[in-house]
Design a protein around this ligand. Structure first.
Ligand code: DC
Length: 219
C-alpha cells in the first residue's frame, strides 16, 4: 500500500514521513531527494539543461540506486557513491526547481517511483505524488505551514550540512520556489482533491505524525 505526503518545502514532510514509516513498518521514498540527485549529477557533468538532447543523453547513463529500507534517511547511490548528504547543499537546493521542471527528468523519475513502490508498503513524499504518481492511493495527505515556521525549519536543515543562511533570505527563496513549483506546466505542486490537509505551523512532529496515524487507524 502507498500513503502519499505532498506539500511545499519546509512543512515537515520528510520528518513526518520517516516517523510514520517507522511507526507503520513501511518503507520511505523521498522523491525530492531523487530530483536533487539528478541535479547533482547534471552539475557534476556540466549538463546544459536547456538542451533536451543533452538532458536525455545524460538520463540514459544515469546510474542512480535507492535504498528505502533504512529506518533513517533514504540512501541515494550515484555510480555506487553515497550522495545522500551532498544533495542537501544550498547550491543544489537553488538549482533543483529548474531541473525538476524538465519533462524528460520527470518521466524518468516517475517511472522509477512507480516501480519502486509497486511492491510493498511505502510512504512516498513529494509534490505530485497524490495527483500524478499515485492518484489511486488510499491515503493522501497535503502538509502546509506558514512562511516563518517553514523558514526556521529550513535554517535548521542547512545548519545540519554546515551552511549558514539568513532567515529572511530563506523565506524569500521559499516564496520563489513555491511560485515556481506551483506554476510550472508539468505536474505542479498541487493538493489532490481527495487529500487531507494538515497545517503543521503550530504542531510538534509528534502531533503531525499522530494526526496522520489516527486518520489511517480510523479509516
Ligand atoms: O522536497 P525537496 O525540497 O527535497 O524537493 C526538491 C525539489 O524537487 C523541489 O524544488 C520540488 C521538486 N520536486 C518535484 O518537483 N516533485 C516531487 N515529487 C518532489 C520534489
Amino acid at each position: 500500500m502507498v500513503i502519499t505526503i505532498d506539500g511545499p518545502a519546509g512543512v515537515g514532510k520528510t520528518t513526518t514521513a520517516k516517523r510514520l514509516a517507522n511507526k507503520l513498518g513501511y518503507q520511505y521514498l523521498d522523491t525530492g531527494a531523487m530530483y536533487r540527485a539528478v541535479t547533482y549529477f547534471f552539475r557534476q557533468n556540466s549538463v546544459d539543461i536547456s538542451s533536451e538532447s543533452q538532458v536525455k543523453k545524460m538520463l540514459d547513463i544515469l546510474n542512480l540506486e535507492l535504498d528505502c529500507t533504512s529506518n533513517d534517511d533514504m540512501k541515494l547511490l550515484l555510480d555506487n557513491k553515497n550522495i545522500s548528504s551532498l544533495i542537501r547543499s544550498k547550491e543544489i537546493t537553488n538549482a533543483v526547481s529548474k531541473v525538476s521542471a524538465l519533462q524528460a527528468v520527470r518521466e524518468r523519475m516517475v517511472k522509477i517511483q512507480k516501480n519502486t513502490a509497486k511492491n510493498g508498503n511505502f510512504i512516498v513524499e513529494g509534490r505530485d505524488i497524490g495527483t500524478v504518481v499515485f492518484p489511486d492511493a488510499k491515503y493522501k495527505f497535503f502538509l502546509v505551514a506558514d512562511y516563518d515556521t517553514r523558514a526556521k525549519r529550513r535554517l535548521k536543515d542547512f545548519k545540519r550540512v554546515n551552511e549558514e543562511l539568513n532567515v529572511n533570505k530563506i523565506k524569500q527563496d521559499l516564496t520563489d520556489r513555491d511560485q515556481y513549483d506551483s506554476s510550472r506546466k508539468l505536474s505542479p505542486l498541487k493538493q489532490a482533491n481527495d487529500a487531507i490537509v494538515i497545517d503543521t505551523s503550530n504542531c510538534t512532529i509528534d502531533d503531525q505524525v499522530n494526526q496522520i496515524y489516527k486518520h489511517i487507524e480510523r479509516n
